[in-house]
Design a binder for this molecule. Structure first.
Ligand code: CP
Length: 303
């Protein structure tokens, strides 16, 4: 593996290898306090054309925990604002000798394009509505910690599936790993023909929640509400929000996940987001572990 551009192109064995490595990172580096030098002498650059808290920070921390030199560029404040192309930005980074570039971009396919312009390993940190592979990997790690395996798990993903790169990466991976995936959204927020990806589709959130092992809420992009994709936020919460009544339809020990940032009272009620079945905090921690594993695999000595 030279790049990590999506989950779609990974084999099941590659996914499991990343998860195993992430688990080792968790025990040895995060919990064991053993900061490692696997990336000593390596340079990692985060290139973010869209806002981020979790992904960018966890990549920076992961790089530093493994001994790399980490630097970041954001669109605002960089020469992108002066009209520099992705190609020229890639070449410029290359001239500085980066070993890995982590890119988030509003356009689907931008990381793939960047990988043609640089010798560094390119890691997709979210491209448009396409994929967010490291988010899905941290989601898989969190599910595996709870259940041990994926075979037969019912994972219900509820929310704005249409605009969600998180949903796409989860679908590609979970179906490979043997989970049963149920997607639930208003029809205006469900992509056409998504059933072809081996998932079940419903507009009934109670049905989606019933007997689920995992309920994953997706962020409603409130900025898109101006275009009238659903009648009102209050109505959305009633029909698709995960509150304690809807959660009670799931298996007794089901977990609640969300990639963040959460709109409390919209995708999740506050008591569910902060309740005992929520693993949202664990997802954030696992994000650092997965990103250490991916950086080690792509830029470390253990490719
Ligand atoms: N889940 C996720 O991608 O969060 P950020 O936008 O904060 O990175």
């Amino acid at each position: 593996m030279k790049h990590l551009l999506g989950i779609k192109g990974l084999t099941t064995e590659e996914i499991i290898e990343i998860l195993d490595r992430a688990e080792r990172m968790k025990h040895e580096v995060l919990e064991g306090g053993k900061k490692d030098n696997l990336l000593s002498g390596k340079s990692v650059i985060t290139l973010f054309y869209e806002n981020s808290t979790r992904t960018r920070l966890s990549f920076e921390l992961a790089s530093k925990y493994l001994g790399a030199t980490a630097a970041n560029i954001t669109a605002s404040g960089s020469s992108v604002e002066k009209g520099e192309t992705l190609e020229d930005t890639g070449k410029t980074i290359d001239e500085m000798g980066a070993d890995a570039v982590i890119v988030r971009h509003a356009s689907s396919g931008a990381p793939h394009m960047l990988s043609n312009y640089t010798n560094a390993s390119v890691i997709n940190a979210g491209d448009g509505m396409n994929e967010h592979p490291t988010q899905a990997l941290l989601d898989f790690m969190t599910m595996r910690e709870k259940y041990g395996s994926f075979e037969g798990l019912k994972v219900s993903i509820i929310g704005d599936v249409k605009h969600s790169r998180v949903a796409r990466s989860n679908i590609y991976g979970l179906t490979k790993l043997g989970a049963e995936v149920v997607l639930c959204a208003p029809t205006t927020l469900m992509p056409a023909e998504i059933e072809r990806l081996n998932v079940e589709v419903t507009t009934d959130a109670d049905y989606a929640a019933h007997n689920a092992d995992v309920i994953m809420g997706l962020r409603i992009q409130l900025e898109r509400q101006k275009s009238g994709l659903f009648p009102s936020v209050r109505e959305y919460h009633k029909l698709f929000g995960i509150d304690s009544r809807r959660l009670s339809l799931a298996k007794k020990d089901a977990i609640v996940m969300h990639p963040g940032p959460v709109n409390r009272g919209v995708e999740l009620s506050a008591d569910v987001a902060d309740g005992p079945q929520s693993v949202i905090g664990g997802q954030v921690t696992n994000g650092v572990c997965v990103r250490m594993a991916v950086l080690d695999m792509l830029a470390g000595g253990n490719k």
